[in-house]
Design a protein around this ligand. Structure first.
Ligand SMILES: [Zn+2]
Length: 280
């Protein structure tokens, strides 16, 4: 039977330690790193991916591309369907409920607390980054535990919105607004909230190091941010077990799951900063 030490050694054997050291070296000198996280991080917490082998949509078919159009045409009917669906067993919802932050989520939150990571842009809706302690975060596809007004863009935790089946759809809590409220998660065909896009662009412009983690970076606008950063001469670190379209412009590639790679990278950053007499 393997002991804990054996297991760490076994993991280390499969990791590219030179790549981890190179990533740590870049981050140790960064003051406002920006990270883009994708479905790979959620997958390591047991949440099924949508696309790719075994993905939810690969098996069950993609949702209709006009989801948002359907909602906008008849929000009341859309809400009625959501309430009906909530009564039925759902594999994805079950996996989301059961998911816990993994060591990769925790490591990213530590990198923020150390003053290295300035902002996290995530494509994940599962709330695991927040639960791990991440604070500066833009969820470009929304958060499943939040609701959002389609008129003014205000967001609230789901529990703060009363959903009365006799009075659908729910309306904005800002009395002067009166807009229709929907889930915060962004549907197919729905524009990403403008404020979120502005924040991502501003953060990307400020980045002095950029990380992509567990994302194949093929979905826009997220795919554009690392490209924009690299164009300004900012180094890109890719953490992903698979090759992606960004691999060819990355300065450092760590070919490993984030839950294995990130804790080691963050430990190495901490050691470098301590050695340089900076705050750990
Ligand atoms: Zn509103």
């Amino acid at each position: 039977m393997l002991t804990a030490t054996d297991r760490i050694a076994a993991v280390t054997d499969t990791l590219d330690l030179d790549a981890i050291a190179a990533a740590a070296e870049l981050l140790a000198h960064a003051q406002h790193a920006v990270a883009l996280a994708g479905a790979g991080m959620s997958k390591e917490s047991g949440i099924p991916t949508f696309r790719g082998e075994g993905g939810l949509w690969t098996r069950l078919g993609e949702p209709p591309l006009n989801q948002y159009e359907t909602f906008a045409a008849d929000p009341r009917r859309w809400w009625e369907r959501r309430l009906e669906e909530a009564q039925q067993p759902n594999e994805f919802a079950g996996a989301l409920e059961a998911a816990e932050p993994n060591p990769g989520h925790v490591a990213l939150a530590e990198l923020e607390a150390m003053g290295v990571l300035g902002h996290l842009i995530t494509q994940n809706i599962d709330d695991l980054h927040r639960r791990a302690g991440q604070r500066a975060i833009t969820e470009i596809h929304g958060n499943r535990h939040w609701m959002r007004c389609t008129a003014c863009g205000t967001r609230w935790p789901r529990d703060e919105i009363t959903i009365d089946p006799q009075s659908l759809p729910p309306h904005c809590l800002e009395s002067a607004c009166g807009g229709i409220v929907k889930n915060d998660t962004v549907m197919f065909g729905e524009p990403i909230p403008f404020g979120a896009l502005l924040t991502c662009e501003r953060e990307t412009d400020q980045a002095d190091c950029f990380l992509t983690i567990g994302t194949s970076a093929v979905v826009y606008p997220a795919a554009q941010y690392p490209v924009d950063a690299v164009r300004r001469g900012v180094p890109l670190i890719e953490v992903n077990p698979e090759e992606t379209p960004l691999s060819e412009i990355a300065s450092v590639i760590v070919r490993a799951p984030s839950g294995e790679a990130l804790p080691r990278i963050v430990a190495a950053v901490r050691a470098r900063r301590a050695a340089a007499g900076r705050a750990p």
